[in-house]
Ligand binder design. Structure first.
Ligand SMILES: C[S@@+](CC[C@H](N)C(=O)[O-])C[C@H]1O[C@@H](n2cnc3c(N)ncnc32)[C@H](O)[C@@H]1O
Length: 222
């Protein structure tokens, strides 16, 4: 049995999921950051396996994440690239700076100040977290940069709770920052979300969902 968190950030509650791993429930969004079927299992399924990241770690990769949350995807990627020994750039987005400050203290005993961009260079992975509304911070960060991303982890709260991060215009932004060989994965399989992806130029693939979810989505550009 894994142990829970040492501290809990303000406005969140700890939730034990069915695979023994923990996630946080956000009082503001009235939603858990992960599936109650398993926070670790869900992260591995959508972002290491469905995205083909585990396979593609043979070459260095740039990852972009919609919603840093409690940093579970980042920690899973960090562990994988420590085994493959390839340098990864993990760029994430988070509207709640307190969550990011909590994350660095909880896992690395690092004191990070609330800034527009929080960065840290680990041995095999560099993390950049854009603080603020992702629909604004993402464009600003990628503007005037050559940088393009290889994987997109689309992991906002549900479309009902977090609608601005599931629109056609958001998926157009994601397309504009991506290499043409990019792979986007997400737990959502809703028809309207898939339509928004397609209208923005993404091609859809239906995947098996995790836990109680029947389906999930992988999207590519070619
Ligand atoms: C489902 S959680 C992400 C879980 C995360 N990927 C992990 O591995 O722990 C969604 C996150 O998106 C953040 N979020 C919501 N709206 C946002 C926005 N407009 N811009 C940036 N982040 C946002 C929430 O604060 C929340 O932490």
């Amino acid at each position: 049995m894994k142990t829970g968190f040492i501290n809990i950030p303000p406005n969140y509650e700890q939730v034990l999921t069915e695979d023994g791993s923990y996630t946080l429930y956000s009082k503001k969004y009235d939603e858990n950051c992960h599936s109650t079927s398993g926070a670790d299992g869900e992260t591995e399924k959508y972002f290491l396996i469905d995205s083909h990241l585990n396979h593609d770690l043979k070459t260095s990769q740039t990852i972009f994440e919609t919603g840093f949350g409690i940093g579970k995807s980042f920690l899973a990627v960090k562990k994988s690239c420590e085994q493959s020994k390839n340098k990864i750039h993990f760029i994430s987005t988070e509207i709640d700076p307190n969550l990011v400050i909590w994350f660095f203290k909880e896992y690395f005993n690092l004191q990070k100040l609330s800034q527009d961009i929080i960065e840290h260079d680990f041995e095999y992975i560099k993390i950049t977290i854009l603080i603020g509304d992702a629909t604004e911070t993402t464009k600003a960060y990628f503007q005037d940069k050559e940088l393009k991303v290889d994987k997109v982890f689309q992991d906002a709260f549900s479309p009902k709770k977090n609608p601005t991060l599931w629109t056609k215009s958001w998926f157009e932004i994601l397309k504009s920052i991506s290499n043409e060989t990019v792979t986007l994965t997400t737990y959502s399989a809703s028809h309207s979300i898939r339509k928004n992806l397609e209208d923005a130029g993404w091609k859809i693939e239906n995947l098996k969902g995790f836990g109680k979810k029947r389906s999930a989505t992988r999207a590519t550009l070619i």
